[in-house]
Design a protein around this ligand. Structure first.
Ligand code: PMP
Length: 330
């Protein structure tokens, strides 16, 4: 029998799959690691488990405690999933711009949400940073994971994502590419791959144009989950050898091509990472093996990246179409 005891036992060990169509003209092998196959749908399941394990071990989270984090995204889902299994309460503080679908995912796992106004400064008492800090001091037994500074985020990738890539490529990986948000993925995975390979694996970060990691100031961009306007301590700038900046237009066009040409339905930060990887792979020899981490799936972006009206409203041209009924009838 091949049975998992709990859903948490299914986190990690995500597969690698080779790209064939979007890599046309490239000699190197480009493999993508599908993090949307984690039970909560993203790479953040990994950090949630490690952060909660460490908080329990260090006595920061006691039975019946409450996890409080300002997050609307994948980290919230990961934390909510682990909290449900371990019997903790969860409160997520979200700005009011967060859509209903994202709120409903969190409440589906039993989390509570507190909605705060988007249009206030970070130091305003109503801001989502201030509200989450206040809840942490007022609620007994509260624990704030703080994914931007918690060292267990990068450590989870050092202990799981990195070793999985090394094992699944039989040590043949030559390049690793990942988007940078908190920086935990690239820092932990990149550090492991550099160490295990005798520092021969090249680590490449992908960043939205305008974000601090590629030299910007944090100018707004539309791709979600990556780029920052400050330097989180979860990110070690000594790990990546190179950062490649990618525009929203390129990220979204590639995200749509991955679904249409490779059958891989992923989010915009995945498209961004693939654009950076192809740019890096262009001049590499045929024996190079480039691994690209794809952090989440595309279902959370159907009303945006995969919606022609939304794409047009921001001035992005539509991605190459599949086929129309009219084509097929000719
Ligand atoms: N893509 C998505 C969709 C994410 O949610 C995140 C996490 N913020 C990232 C990429 C970047 O990962 P990291 O925070 O580990 O740098």
């Amino acid at each position: 029998m091949k049975i998992a005891d709990t859903i948490l036992d299914l986190i990690g060990n995500t597969p690698l799959v080779k790209l064939h169509k979007v890599t046309e003209g490239i000699g190197a092998t480009v493999l993508v690691k599908l993090e949307y196959l984690n039970p909560g749908g993203s790479a953040k399941d990994r950090i949630a488990t490690r952060i909660i394990d460490a908080a329990e071990r260090d006595g920061l989270l006691l039975p019946g405690g409450t996890i409080i984090e300002p997050t609307s995204g994948n980290t919230g889902v990961g934390l909510a999933l682990v909290a449900q299994q371990r019997g903790y309460k969860c409160i997520f503080v979200l700005p009011d711009k967060v859509g209903e679908d994202k709120r409903n995912v969190l409440t589906a796992y039993g989390a509570e949400i507190v909605v705060t106004p988007t249009s206030v400064a970070p130091d305003d008492p109503e801001s989502y940073y201030s509200v989450s800090d206040r809840l942490v001091t007022e609620i007994p037994g509260a624990f704030k994971p703080n994914q931007y500074s918690n060292p267990n985020g990068p450590l989870s990738h050092y202990e799981s994502t990195g070793p999985e890539i090394w094992r699944d490529t039989d040590g043949t990986v030559t390049h690793f590419v990942a988007g940078v948000g908190t920086g935990g993925t690239i820092t932990g995975t990149g550090r492991y791959l550099r160490e295990v390979s005798g520092d021969t694996v090249r680590i490449i970060g992908a960043d939205p144009e305008g974000s601090v990691y590629s030299g910007g100031t944090g100018r707004p961009y539309l791709v979600e989950g990556v780029g920052e306007d400050f330097w989180p301590t979860a990110y070690d700038p000594a790990v990546p050898h190179e950062i490649i900046a990618v525009s929203d237009a390129e990220s979204f066009a590639m995200t749509r091509r991955l679904a249409l040409e490779e059958g891989i339905l992923v989010g915009g930060s995945s498209g961004m990472a693939v654009v950076a990887a192809l740019r890096a792979a262009k001049d590499l020899p045929a024996d190079a093996v480039v691994v690209v981490l794809l952090p989440d799936g595309g279902r959370g972006y159907l009303a945006k990246i995969f919606n022609d009206g939304w794409m047009r409203s921001y001035g992005f041209s539509n991605a190459p179409a599949g086929h129309t009924v009219a084509d097929l009838l000719q």
